[in-house]
Design a binder for this molecule. Structure first.
Ligand code: PSU
Ligand code: MN
Length: 313
């Protein structure tokens, strides 16, 4: 018998279940980035490299998706190839989960829905490159990613490179503050902007020591919060893109989205594609680099957290 909840909804890989039962560090990973974030076959090869980066740091990867009425907690290479190549897998955010489960279809999990699964599965860490946020013009469109709301509900440490500056990062930071979500910049001063090293905004906290990050996470949970702690790590310097360089491109893409009436769940994929096209793939390369480097940071912190717990917290 597993010590975890609602296991009838969870289809664990043997490796992930073994790791969780023996207190080994596990890092949950999303699948929207596979099914919607990058073109095939780059998406499949990147997902495998992300998993390898987690293993290289001594943790076990658990790529998450939905299939056959259950969350997949730990995809095989064949699962990853299926999520990368099958057309029309719906982008599944938190509110879509019950529908996709009931219909027993495939679902590519976003940051938000992956956190729902990780929390149920008993996985303490999740890593991705870019979280959703408050969209530019949200004062009119009210487009605020469900990722931000889910952070207030899921007890998971989230390692990311901040959010893309297709969003309003100032408002995103305000929202996280209002919602009491701790935000820490790992070994840097600023809130990063995905493939840009800095968003231009300072992070409220900087921590350079992995054990201290583990301690912050445990303090947050000991305080009774059933919510996330966000830890940001910037893209590697050599793959970083200049903020000014993308700003003009984003402006044009956002105006075009507005003209074409692109709203709702299609907005983020639309903007990401438009920016990738306008930078002739430069952002795609940076995208892959930051996905891999963030997974490595997530794994390193998950390893430190597991040690911290073994040493009595
Ligand atoms: N940002 C990226 N790449 C992505 C996403 C965001 O740079 O692939 C995906 C993530 O799965 C994230 C989701 O959770 O988009 C947010 O979508 P929305 O803004 O519709 O909530
Ligand atoms: Mn949205």
């Amino acid at each position: 018998m597993s010590k975890f909840k609602n296991t009838d909804l969870l289809n664990y890989s043997e490796e992930v279940l073994d790791a969780l039962n023996s207190g080994k560090p596990v890092v949950a990973l999303e699948s929207t980035v596979i099914s919607h974030g990058l073109p095939y076959p780059d998406n499949a090869s990147t997902a495998l490299k992300i998993e390898q980066a987690v293993r290289d740091e001594g943790a076990i990867p658990a790529t998450i998706g939905i299939e056959n009425g259950k969350f997949v907690i730990g995809m095989t290479a064949q699962d990853i190839d299926r999520f990368a190549s099958v057309k029309g897998i719906p982008k599944t955010t938190s509110r879509d989960i019950p529908v996709i489960l009931a219909q027993r279809g495939m679902g590519a999990t976003t940051v938000a829905s992956s956190l729902v699964a990780a929390d149920l599965a008993g996985i303490a860490f999740f890593a991705s490159a870019g979280i959703g946020g408050v969209h530019r013009g949200a004062e009119k469109s009210m487009d605020i990613s469900a990722d931000l709301i889910q952070f207030t509900r899921s007890k998971v440490a989230v390692v990311c490179a901040g959010a893309k500056n297709i969003l309003d990062l100032g408002l995103t930071l305000e929202y996280l503050e209002t919602q009491c979500v701790p935000l820490i910049a790992w070994q840097s001063d600023d809130f990063p902007a995905f493939y840009c090293e800095s968003s231009g905004y300072r992070s409220p906290h900087r921590i350079d020591d992995a054990t201290q990050v583990a301690s912050v996470i445990e303090h947050h949970w000991k305080l009774g919060n059933h919510s996330s702690v966000i830890i940001t790590a910037p893209v590697n310097k050599e793959d970083a893109i200049d903020r000014e360089e993308v700003e003009g491109i984003i402006r044009i893409a956002a105006e075009q989205a507005e003209r074409e009436g692109i709203r709702g769940p299609g907005a983020t994929p639309y903007l990401m594609r438009a920016v990738a096209k306008a930078t002739e793939g430069k952002t795609v390369k940076a995208n892959m680099s930051v996905l891999i480097s963030n997974a490595a940071v997530g794994a390193r912190l998950a390893v430190a957290h597991a040690h911290f717990l073994k040493n009595g917290g």
